[in-house]
Write a protein that binds this ligand. Sequence first.
Ligand code: SF4
Ligand code: SF4
Length: 232
Amino acid sequence: MAKPVVKKEYTLSERIYLWEILKGMKLTWGHFWFNFKACWRPGPHTIPTCWQYPEDRTREISPVFRGEHMLQKDDKGRETCIACGMCAKICPAKCITIKKGKRKEGEEDKYAAKTYPAAFEVDLLRCIFCGFCEDACPKNAIVLGQNFELARYTKEECILDKRKLLMNYRKAKEEGKLKPPRKRVPVVPAPPKPEKDEKADEGAEAKKGKPAVAGKAKKKPAEKAESNEKEE
Ligand code: SF4
Ligand code: SF4
C-alpha cells in the first residue's frame, strides 16, 4: 500500500526565502572574488576555472579519457593485433573494418602473431567512443588515446586506416601519452547446467496425456513431403 504523503511544515524564515537567497549569494560572490583575484596572479593558468586553450596545452588529461584510436605495438616493435575481429564484432556503431592477412616467413620481426590485419579501418564519423573495442581486444592492440582534436576538413580524413592508427601510436609514444596496460578481468567459467531428470519428465508428460518426447516432435519424412506440397 502506498504511504500517505506528509507535508513538511515550513518555518517563517523558510517561507520568506531571504536567508536561503543570502546564503546562495555568499557562495556566488565568494567564487567571483576568488577568480577575480586569481586573474592578477602570474603564471600560465591565471584563472583556475578557465584554460587558455589552444595556446595553453599543458592541462593533464585523465588517463581513462577515450580519444582517437591507435594500434599498439609490443616492446620489440611488432604489431600485436592478430586480426581476430573481436573489436569489429563488438562495435555498436559497426565502424571497424578488418582484413586478415597471414604472416609469411621472414616477417616475424614485423608481426607478433601468425595472423595480422592486412587492412584496418576505423570510421571516426560513426564512432561513439564507447571503448568497447578496447575492452574486447585480447591483445591490448587497439586503444583509444588522448587525442581529442578530431576536427577534419573532409570525410575521407575521418577514416583512420592502419597507417594512421600506427602513426597515432608512434606519436603518443614519443609524447609519453601511452596508456598503461589494462588489467584484464578474469573470465569466470559458467556453472554447469543441472542435469535433467528424464524419468521425472516422462512421468509428468504421461500425466498430461502427451507422448514423452524430449524437445520438439519431429515430423516423419512422409508428413514433411505432404506439408511441403500443400505449402506449394
Ligand atoms: S569506441 Fe565504440 S564505437 Fe568506436 S570503434 Fe570502438 S567499439 Fe566502435
Ligand atoms: S585490435 Fe584486438 S580485437 Fe581487434 S582484431 Fe586486433 S587483436 Fe582482435
